[in-house]
Design a protein around this ligand. Structure first.
Ligand SMILES: *Cc1c(COP(=O)(O)O)cnc(C)c1O
Length: 245
């Protein structure tokens, strides 16, 4: 099936999951994760009107998104961001979903202040408890959010997580529930105002559950573009267990 057919299929699944959980289907955005996908295939999605993309590696964004057919677009950044890549990330990407430590917050703030800019970001939380996943540990996340509030150059729009990679719903769903509960706590404290409204959670194997648990941005790669040639260990630490789902 072509890219547009798969996007339609996933959108229908998202609408179904919204129906099951009493949500408006318009409240969920489909992000296409395009790591390893060549510009020519990304542009097929652009041609069907798609505008929200995610990438995991700065170097790949710099190389690929300079292509003429993609130049007018910037992907969101969803990968692990090293502090020495802050400048190229701010240049080449739109929102940053993976803000997960104070050193990075400080580096982003320094550069944004120098530019006189603000940037929309999400805070990445480790809801699986797995050492192999990035993200601020769940127990520290509330304190982290309060600290980030002191940096007005960061316009915090929500939270992001990766669930446990498993086919077992009873392992995956609690990760999404934890992020949703933390989200509600931060909203109740009104740390970031009304713009704080995103839960970036759900990937090809688990986005239906994520939508049932309140996701507003699902990040989908393989379900649209097919399997990647690069192993997941290229994107996540070597210790990452082999994905089952
Ligand atoms: C690759 C990636 C995705 C998409 O994964 P799929 O299983 O291919 O849908 C989502 N989020 C992040 C952070 C990723 O790196």
């Amino acid at each position: 099936m072509d890219v547009s057919g798969r996007i339609r299929g996933i959108s229908a699944e998202i609408a179904d999951a919204c129906g099951r959980s009493g949500r408006d289907a318009q409240s969920v955005s489909l992000m296409l994760v395009t790591k390893t996908v060549p510009a020519s295939r990304i542009s097929q999605a652009v041609q069907c009107g798609h505008r929200l993309f995610g990438e995991n590696k700065i170097q790949e964004v710099q190389e690929k998104w300079a292509a003429p057919e993609l130049q007018s677009l910037k992907p969101d950044f969803i990968g692990h961001l090293q502090t020495n890549k802050v400048k190229p990330c701010l240049d080449a990407c739109a929102r940053i979903h993976s803000v997960d430590r104070m050193r990075l917050v400080e580096a982003l703030d320094r550069e944004l202040q120098a530019r006189g800019e603000k940037r929309e970001v999400l805070l990445q939380v480790n809801t699986s408890g797995e050492a192999s996943k990035f993200g601020v540990p769940l127990e520290e996340a509330m304190g982290f959010a309060r600290s980030v509030k002191r940096y007005p150059t960061l316009d915090v729009r929500g939270l992001m997580t990766l669930a446990v990679f498993s086919r077992e719903e009873e392992k995956v769903r609690p990760c999404f529930k934890k992020l949703q509960r933390l989200f509600a706590e931060i909203r109740d404290e009104d740390l970031f105002g009304g713009g704080f409204r995103h839960l970036s959670m759900g990937m090809s194997g688990d986005y239906r559950l994520a939508v049932e648990e309140g996701s507003t941005i699902v990040r989908i790669g393989t379900a649209v573009f097919g399997a990647r040639a690069t192993p997941d260990s290229f994107y996540w630490p070597e210790a990452a267990p082999k994905r089952q789902g």
